[in-house]
Design a protein. Structure first.
Ligand code: GLN
Length: 277
């Protein structure tokens, strides 16, 4: 089969299965298998695809038809210009989370230390370290599989000044940090069943479920973080679009200063931060 024929087959199959971005996903899977880019589809559509590549493609299309996330099939997701390994044990890094990294970057000066609570794939911490000078960091996660994934991602992005610890929130965390960042699970338990199949069936519920009102982890982290922050240290959260008010109030009540909400590129509240004097 030719490249273009294979792509047409994939796009149609995904569209008929009701996959939202059928043609995009069909193209990305083909490019992933054939190590090509968009240009090849446009310019070299007549090129024959190797039989073994065709077979892999048909298999990947079947998996995607069953709503398996594209990133679980390819095993990777780009975030802040870096490529992260992802699997069923970690949340797939979301583009929205880049706003958290960009905001935290503004307070992260040379040589500072960072703690990433609920680190998952490690995408937040590793991006912060990649784009700063002489900073070091610790990532904590309750899941041993997530910690193992984050460690592989550190190697992959060649970041040495980092360690990861299996920890139920701060339980096994030591030391104090200049910045604590966290994108904790924040979907309320009752809303998990409304999520799209790609998320609710394939992504770890541990990384999503924020308790009855979605705020469980914010409260715990807000309460315990001061013991792990250096004087003047910042706490940065990613939040759900309707959580800015609640998280801001909790932080102010707990004594954080200049608590600020920041919007994402869609105009939705996405980040809340403040510092402890
Ligand atoms: N910190 C990781 C991320 O933002 C994982 C977040 C989580 O598991 N809730 O992608």
């Amino acid at each position: 089969m030719k490249y273009k024929e294979l792509y047409d087959f994939g796009a149609l199959a995904l569209m008929e299965a009701g996959i939202a971005e059928a043609s995009l996903d069909a193209r990305l899977l083909l490019e992933f298998i054939c190590h090509t880019n968009r240009n090849d589809l446009l310019v070299h559509g007549d090129k024959e695809v190797l039989k073994e590549e065709q077979d892999i493609y048909v298999n990947y299309i079947e998996r995607r038809k069953a709503h398996e996330p594209l990133q679980h099939i390819t095993g990777e997701q780009e975030f802040m210009g870096l490529v992260f390994e992802v699997n069923e044990n970690v949340l797939v890094p979301r583009q929205d989370t880049e706003v958290l990294v960009e905001e935290a970057m503004r307070c992260l000066h040379d040589g500072m230390s960072v703690l990433d609570m609920c680190t998952g794939s490690g995408c937040i911490l590793l991006s912060l370290l990649k784009y700063s000078n002489g900073c070091k960091g610790v990532g904590a996660d309750i899941s041993p599989e997530a910690v193992a994934t984050a460690k592989r991602n550190a190697q992959k992005s060649q970041i040495a000044e980092v360690s990861f610890v299996e920890s139920d929130l701060f339980e096994s965390v030591e030391g104090r940090y200049d910045i604590i960042v966290s994108n904790p699970p924040y979907i309320s338990t009752g809303e998990i069943s409304d999520l799209m199949e790609e998320v609710k069936v394939y992504e770890p519920v541990l990384a999503l479920d924020g308790g009855e009102d979605g705020l469980f982890f914010y409260r715990k982290i807000i309460e315990e973080a001061p013991e792990y922050l250096n004087g003047g240290g910042y706490l940065f959260f990613e939040i759900g679009y309707d959580q800015a008010g609640a998280v801001t109030d909790e932080m102010k009540k707990a004594g954080y200063k200049e608590v600020t909400a920041v919007k994402d590129y869609a105009g939705l509240d996405r980040v809340v931060y403040g510092y402890m004097s």
